[in-house]
Design a protein around this ligand. Structure first.
Ligand code: FDA
Length: 398
């Protein structure tokens, strides 16, 4: 039986980063992953350019049943720390939008950087390798049966990620292990995911597929409310684009979304003014503010004649149009699910983990890091920042 100080299960963002730091701190580390290829989610992230962090990442950008849990790790390993590492490895990057940092070239550069950090720490990597069983060792550590033979370690880090995109290696192994060892699990749900609608409800909008525009989208009330100003994309089955991916993390079954299709405009006022001052047709007036196809679809849906000149339009019709376009209320019937979700919401309940070290309060020597934990970032590099920060909190405590 081979013996290590630390076994990390899951060679994704959090597992690679944790293994590298622990190895460089002098620990004998084994990193195990059941997938053929290392860090597939990093490879496909950010459209192949990896939005590896967000300059402004802070606790307010994360969802959790225990919102304060992420504070300590994020404060002790910030986006600036990760940027410094990226710069040390000579990786060129750029800011795209709202603090989101992407590689200029390719996400592969981040993977190569993490592998180089592991190499510098003398980390042993077994991949593909499956863990068949985990047992308590007589000395308080862990014994693992794997497809490459049995191993023993004083400490075990679970970095198996979330449930999204099963075809590239996502599994519920970490959640099952946590449950077996008595940990509570916050119900896992697909997040950062397109939302879908009943076919009949969506029929009037399906023809607008491909159309994109900036909106304000909101859902929920009080502490669980979400609100984002981002682009919306209409699809054949429903809604997508950054605005919807963001709000999907806040949305629960049966809840409605409110969408303002004309952010920062008082549409009722604008239409009143146009009625007083313009001789153009209503459809042309609307096309100044919205994509033409969208304006046309709304006029048809509300059975309002868009060919009418502005002065002849009924006040009631203008009022209805303004209300519908700025307070569009609709209830999704579901989401595109794990196949399309970027992340998992929920996971190992943080109330049974140390926020300083990510160690289990139930089983000393056992740690959970990254997306398997009930900490979910917004869209925009926050999820990787959580992977780095939770991995660093764990590895630096060992
Ligand atoms: P991660 O999923 O990276 O790694 C888990 C590893 O565990 C995998 O290698 C898996 O094979 C392995 N594993 C699972 N079960 C196992 C088992 N039973 N035995 C052994 N190994 C096992 N975030 C962001 O901040 N910016 C971005 O640009 C993007 N873009 C993006 C695009 C797409 C399409 C997706 C799906 C996701 C993103 N994300 C993102 C989210 C980000 O990829 C994700 O939050 C992190 O990769 C999570 O890091 P982890 O290490 O926790 O899991």
């Amino acid at each position: 039986m081979q013996t290590f100080d630390l076994v990390v299960v899951g060679a994704g963002a959090a597992g690679l980063f944790c293994a590298g730091i622990a190895g460089q701190r002098g620990l004998k580390v084994l990193l195990i992953d059941h997938a053929e290829k290392v860090a597939e989610k990093i490879r496909i992230s950010g459209g192949g350019r990896c939005n590896f962090t967000n300059r402004d990442a802070g606790p307010a950008n994360f969802l959790s049943e225990n919102p304060n849990f992420c504070r300590s790790a994020l404060a002790r390993y910030s986006s600036q720390d990760f940027i410094a590492l990226v710069q040390k490895h000579g990786i060129a990057f750029h800011e795209k939008h709202k603090g989101q940092l992407f590689c200029d070239d390719s996400a592969e550069q981040i993977i190569r950087m993490l592998l180089a950090e592991c190499e510098a720490g003398g980390v042993t990597r077994w991949q593909p390798c499956t863990v068949q069983d985990v047992r308590d060792a007589a000395d308080g550590g862990f014994e693992l049966d794997t497809t490459r033979g049995p191993v023993k370690a004083a400490r075990l880090v679970v970095a198996t990620g979330g449930l999204s995109i099963p075809k590239i290696g996502a599994s519920d192994w970490g959640l099952r292990l946590a449950r077996r060892l008595g940990h509570a699990i916050v119900e896992p749900r697909p997040a950062l995911v397109p939302l879908t609608f009943d076919a009949a409800d969506w029929a009037p909008f399906a023809a607008l597929s491909g159309l994109s525009l900036p909106v304000v989208v909101s859902t929920g009330k009080g502490k669980t409310a979400g609100r984002f100003v981002e682009d919306l994309l209409l699809t054949h089955r429903g809604l997508s684009g950054p605005a919807i991916l963001q709000i999907s993390s806040f949305w629960t079954e049966g809840q409605s979304l409110q969408i303002d299709l004309a952010p920062e405009v008082d549409l009722a006022e604008k239409l009143r003014e146009a009625k007083a001052q313009s001789r153009r047709q209503l459809g042309n007036e609307l096309a100044e503010l919205f994509p033409q196809r969208l304006a046309q679809a709304w006029l048809e849906r509300l059975k309002i004649d868009g060919t009418r000149a502005m002065p002849e339009c009924k006040d009631k019709d203008l009022q209805t149009l303004a209300e519908q376009l700025q307070r569009w209320q609709l209830t999704p019937n579901g989401s595109e699910g794990w196949r399309k979700a970027e992340v998992m919401r929920g996971g190992v309940d943080t109330r049974e983990l140390s926020s300083q070290t990510m160690e289990s309060k139930r089983r000393p020597g056992l740690y959970f890091i990254g997306e398997v934990v009930d900490v979910t970032g917004w869209l925009g590099g926050y999820n990787f920042q959580w992977a780095w920060a939770s991995a660093a909190a764990c590895a630096r405590s060992l």
